[in-house]
Ligand binder design. Sequence first.
Ligand code: ADP
Ligand code: MG
Length: 238
Amino acid sequence: RKREDVDVEALQQAVAALDAKADHTSFDSLPLSEPTKAGLKSAHFTTLTDIQRRAIPLALKGCDILGAAKTGSGKTLAFLVPVLENLYRAQCVGADAGLGAMIVSPTRELAIQIFEVLKKVGRKGHLFAAGLIIGGKSLQEERDGLARMNIVVCTPGRILQHLSQTAGFNVDSLQMLVLDEADRILDMGFQRDVDAIIEYLPQDRQTVLFSATQTKRVADLARLSLRDPEYISVHEAA
Ligand code: ADP
Ligand code: MG
């Protein structure tokens, strides 16, 4: 067997054995792939923030998550590390593997920020293909890129346009859906778009929903999109 296969198997076993409720303070103490560890290190991320401590172990183990934590608390890595790792362990990497993860963001600017962090943490040896679908390019150009992506960072309206109009845009292999800034997605009037996106996706997937605030509408969206979620709410120390 290839060395890489052995590494992946060892990682799968380590994640299965991981105690998600234990307190993990450093990225080094988590069962992460070498490329992710190297990427985090090169970006100088060593200690987990509170939301990352609570969310990452559970997300690595495949749980659905409803997470609330204020702006600036580190929610981006709380979902990007599990996205990278869960696809890596599933070997959902490369042009033939298909789309493994969809990250939905309310605005183009926030999607670009997420993509920049993904590139930074993913640059040390990860082989996945990632891209942005946020408009600004022709649909045809986006379509060509989309066909090769393992991870897409997108805005709701534009990805829905592809889901409904692009023949051959196949999401059967999707394993993870991330809804970032869900409260803002809903404030901006994207509820129906998100509902429609979810209709296109495989039901057998992991969904991670993050929000800065907990509102009735977020709870409604959570009911529609999550299965038996872990609730994580991180408040500022008083
Ligand atoms: P949120 O999405 O919750 O608003 P971000 O994910 O944008 O927060 O992170 C806010 C800031 O904190 C960013 O500048 C990011 O680089 C930094 N950050 C996130 N996680 C860590 C960490 N584990 N160690 C150090 N800095 C971090
Ligand atoms: Mg954020």
